[in-house]
Design a protein around this ligand. Structure first.
Ligand code: HEM
Length: 300
């Protein structure tokens, strides 16, 4: 390649926004579309549209379950495989590596193995709770079990976010000051994400990412295949299937501290030098993308 470049596409504009043409009679600010729901409603498990939700369901058994294709050695299901999406791990598929990406409610589920493990855990939790509800309510049909389970899973995510995660991120004082106690549903609040939040503020998470994922056994010692460097874990569902499933990854996530954001290295080198190197001609740079994305929106 003569002039290698990092792949980057500007976020699509809301139709009619960002127009300077006289046809629209006025200059309008460019706005972007949010492709997923703005609510903490477990859309990462169920999708953000009816079509996606139906595609993820097991509609044959009528037991309110999510569907799967294969199970692990101890009979736990993995997410189903996608068939016709544009996900990046499709580019890694070959005769030597016939494994497709996993399908989940959010198309980023394969982005790195830690995230894939979390998606798998929530999907299994849906099927576990649906099984319990069926045991307790033999007269419920699949639709009722699915909807009730979905409510419970969404509530679990809200509980984790507000009771456990945000107080740690904001500090209890910060939490009390900026969020405070829940006072009931207010339909007048606009729940959509601001550009500032999506393109800058919430990306603070990128500064907390370790350059490698620990993978630990029952004894909390490293498994024989060891930790995996992040750049080997991007869009690599095959490594989850062949190297111990989700358990070692989840133990690694909860037993390892987050990276400390250092002033001389906010994002680790795996993210700035080797991002998605398996699926792009030129490895990406997350720091550069964050800046470019922010500039492409109307953030102040
Ligand atoms: C290894 C872990 C992670 C990787 C590889 C990763 C990678 C990425 C990439 C490639 C993008 C899209 C960049 C763009 O085109 O603008 C992105 C967006 C984003 N990331 Fe991460 N990320 C990771 C973890 C996190 C964490 C832990 C957080 C927050 C706690 C986070 C928050 C965000 C947000 C808010 C966006 C913008 C989403 C949107 O509006 O579409 N990421 N990330």
């Amino acid at each position: 390649m003569k002039f290698p470049c990092i792949e980057f596409e500007r976020s699509a504009a809301v139709c009619g926004s960002g127009e300077t043409s006289l046809i629209f009679n006025q200059v309008t600010y460019r706005e972007q579309v949010n492709l997923i729901t703005s609510f903490i409603d477990a859309s990462n498990v169920y999708g953000s549209s009816e079509v996606d939700a139906l595609d993820l369901r097991d509609l044959f058994s009528d037991h309110g379950l999510l569907r799967f294709d294969i199970v692990s050695g101890n009979q736990k299901p993995y997410l189903p495989f996608e068939k016709d999406s544009l996900m990046d791990c499709r580019r890694n598929r070959s005769i030597d590596n016939p494994i497709r990406c996993f399908l989940s409610g959010d198309f980023r589920a394969n982005e790195q193995l830690g995230l894939t493990a979390m998606h798998t855990l929530w999907f299994r939790e849906h099927n576990r709770i649906a099984g319990k509800l069926l045991e307790m309510n033999a007269d419920w049909d699949g639709e009722r079990i699915y909807q009730e389970t979905r409510k419970i899973i969404g509530a679990m995510m809200q509980h984790i976010t507000y009771k456990h995660w945000l107080p740690l991120i904001l500090g209890q004082d910060g939490y009390n000051r900026w969020i405070g106690d829940y006072k009931g549903y207010d339909s007048n609040v606009n729940p959509s994400m601001s550009n500032e939040f999506a393109t800058a503020a919430f990306r603070f998470g990128h500064t907390l990412i370790n350059p490698r994922l620990e993978r630990l056994g029952n004894d909390f010692k490293s498994i024989p295949s060891g930790p995996i460097l992040l750049h080997e874990a991007f869009f690599a569902p095959e490594r989850m299937l062949s190297e111990g499933g989700i358990d070692p990854l989840l133990r690694g996530l909860f037993a390892s501290p987050l990276k400390k954001p250092l002033s001389n290295q906010l994002l680790n080198n795996e993210l700035t030098e080797k991002l998605f190197h398996r699926s792009t001609d030129v490895a990406l740079d997350l720091a550069a993308m964050n800046i470019q994305r922010d500039m492409g929106t109307t953030s102040p």
